[in-house]
Ligand binder design. Structure first.
Ligand SMILES: NC(=O)c1ccc[n+]([C@@H]2O[C@H](COP(=O)([O-])OP(=O)(O)OC[C@H]3O[C@@H](n4cnc5c(N)ncnc54)[C@H](OP(=O)(O)O)[C@@H]3O)[C@@H](O)[C@H]2O)c1
Length: 286
């Protein structure tokens, strides 16, 4: 267990894959983990397993379907009620969808879950993050060389493609990181994005976000893919390492910054997405 006051860590998508491995690693190190899952029974099963394997009974389960902005707001409220400060926020939950469909808020699902949910949750928790000694936010991104079509973010004019929708919504994680970092300058809070590598997981569940080729590869050569625990180490580096204290707005691979798609180097594009995201979530633009 860690010496001193335990850090309070919120991890989304913590019942499966990378999120579960990370929640376990943090709990094992003595952090107080608030794990977020969308399904109460899957969440409870994962919590019970993590309490059992880590011996840390302070792990708490919060449930929220992050495709719903009302649930994201309720989640932020629950976190705020639990603590005056938040040390670590890991926006890990992510998924992809074979078919185009809208959420209850009328937003294309991949954009809603992968980009707008972390955008809204993080901004609603900024007061709590600023109240911590040196909070760190990590957004879990992916590595697909793509660009966001700001004139058709929700595939109203173009044909819908699962990996295109997934890729552009995950590029939103990097744009968000780029736009948030300067706003946090001097606050003691840092934000970075990480590519966790390709690893064995349940990504997208039965909808199959990893794509047919990768899933076939995983079935034949699954042993060769990295584990969620190995992927979680990349996130832990950004949460724990003194080397990255004060570093913000970067996109990391394995312990070092990596190249981003060209559009993510365009601060105007990141600001454009920031404004669109404010419109879609009803948040102020500052
Ligand atoms: N696996 C890879 O090779 C890879 C590569 C690059 C990036 N990533 C990123 O890594 C992150 C973790 O993915 P993973 O591979 O560990 O996949 P995973 O095992 O499927 O975990 C994804 C988590 O997100 C949750 N989630 C999905 N939709 C949600 C919603 N509407 N509300 C709340 N929670 C929701 C899932 O909950 P349920 O269990 O209820 O579905 C699950 O807990 C994702 O952001 C993904 O984009 C993965």
């Amino acid at each position: 267990m860690a010496i001193g006051t335990p850090r309070i860590a919120l991890v989304t998508g913590a019942n499966s894959g990378l999120g579960k491995a990370l929640a376990g690693a943090l709990a094992r190190a003595g952090d107080r983990v608030l794990m977020v899952a969308r399904d109460p029974s899957r969440g409870a099963a994962a919590r019970a397993e993590l309490v059992d394997t880590t011996g840390n009974r302070t792990i708490e389960l919060l449930t929220a379907d992050l495709s719903s902005q009302a649930e994201v707001r309720r989640l932020a409220q629950q976190v705020a009620e639990r603590s005056e400060h938040l040390d670590l926020l890991v926006n890990n939950a992510g998924t992809a969808f074979r078919e185009h469909a809208l959420t209850t808020d009328g937003i294309e699902r991949a954009l809603a879950v992968n980009h707008l949910a972390p955008f809204l949750l993080t901004r609603l928790l900024l007061d709590r993050l600023r109240a911590a000694a040196a909070a760190r936010i990590v957004n879990v991104g992916t590595r697909i060389d793509t660009a966001m079509d700001f004139d058709d973010l929700q595939f109203e004019r173009r044909p819908y493609r699962m990996m295109q929708a997934y890729g552009q919504s995950k590029l939103g994680n990097i744009h968000f990181t780029r736009a948030l970092a300067p706003r946090l300058a001097g606050s003691g809070v840092t934000v970075n994005c990480v590519f966790p590598g390709v690893f064995r997981s349940n990504l997208g569940g039965t909808d199959g976000a990893q794509g047919l080729a990768l899933r076939l590869f995983a079935r034949l050569f699954g042993w060769a893919l990295r584990s969620p625990e190995q992927a979680a180490e990349r996130v832990r580096y950004l949460l724990d390492s003194p080397t990255v204290a004060g570093i913000s707005g970067e996109y990391f691979g394995d312990r070092r910054p990596i190249a981003v798609p060209a559009q993510a180097n365009d601060q105007e594009a990141s600001e454009r997405l920031w404004k669109i995201s404010c419109d879609l979530t009803g948040l102020p633009t500052d």
